[in-house]
Ligand binder design. Structure first.
Ligand code: CIR
Length: 252
């Protein structure tokens, strides 16, 4: 059975780094939404492992940013936001027994939310969180797994996967005007409705495509294209600039 690692919502989640929403998340509601998310992962056949919640790190629920899986290896990240660097060790401990570990070192910074792996290509966002040294160090691990790395400039959004969401196979949902689309090469580009960019996120699972409830036009569009859309309300996660990919690390 494929595994997923998650980390719960801490009591201090209303102290998470708030970006464009400008709204503090409601902690109790976020917790219910996170529980719902974990149920959907389990329902789709994933074996979910929980890393203990860290009350000294308000953003710890966004576990994706701390580690990137590539084949038999895991890259432990050095998050671009200094306040988040202390989240990595516990995730590293949880993954160490299962994967060969590489740790990014200074001056590298890289958030897992900037890494999108599709087939044998790692697309990596050049964002406010991820720098060139981070991309270089990640690309060495990628190369040792037979993968290429493509760096993509990202503007006006937090991470690459704030704007480009894998939806299954070689298809990605892209918000207009946020990335250099020529770098997405031969991927199949689907459109996120212009007024839903900040509210849209997606996560492909074995039997469905999770889509945020707050982006109904894009959800319907994906449905008409034949995707098996399963809608989930994660309003409080979006308020803290998170999305559906960021709450898990999934072995694929
Ligand atoms: C942060 O600013 O780091 C968090 N409030 C949100 C991180 C979201 N991460 C992700 O989508 N991969």
């Amino acid at each position: 059975m494929m595994r997923a690692w998650v980390r719960g919502v801490p009591n201090c989640f209303d102290g998470a780094i708030i970006g464009e929403s400008g709204r503090k998340p409601d902690v109790a509601k976020a917790r219910l939404q996170h529980d719902d998310y974990v149920l959907r992962l389990e329902d789709s056949g994933l074996d979910v492992e929980r890393v203990a919640v860290d009350e000294s790190h308000p953003d710890c629920v966004f576990i994706e940013d701390t580690a990137v899986l590539m084949g038999d290896q895991v890259v432990l990240c050095r998050p671009g936001a200094e306040a988040r660097r202390g989240e990595v060790d516990a995730v590293g401990e949880a993954l160490r027994g299962h994967f060969e570990v590489t740790t990014l070192t200074e001056p590298a910074t890289l958030d897992g939310g900037d890494v999108m792996v599709i087939n044998d290509v790692a697309y990596v966002g050049q964002s406010e969180r991820t720098n060139e040294a981070g991309i270089d160090q990640l690309s060495e691990v990628a190369a040792s797994e037979g993968m290429r790395t493509v760096a993509i400039g990202v503007s006006g959004v937090l991470h690459l996967k704030s704007a480009v969401l894998p939806v299954g196979g070689e298809a990605v949902a892209v918000a207009r005007g946020t990335v250099d689309e020529s770098k997405l090469e031969s991927l199949r580009l689907l459109r996120v409705a212009d007024d839903e960019r900040a509210q849209f996120s997606a996560l492909p699972l074995a039997d469905r495509l999770l889509v945020t409830a707050s982006a109904p036009q894009t959800g319907r569009h994906l449905e008409t294209l034949g995707f098996d859309v399963d809608v989930i309300d994660v309003s409080e996660i979006l308020a803290a600039d998170g999305g559906l990919t960021c709450m898990s690390i999934i072995e694929r």
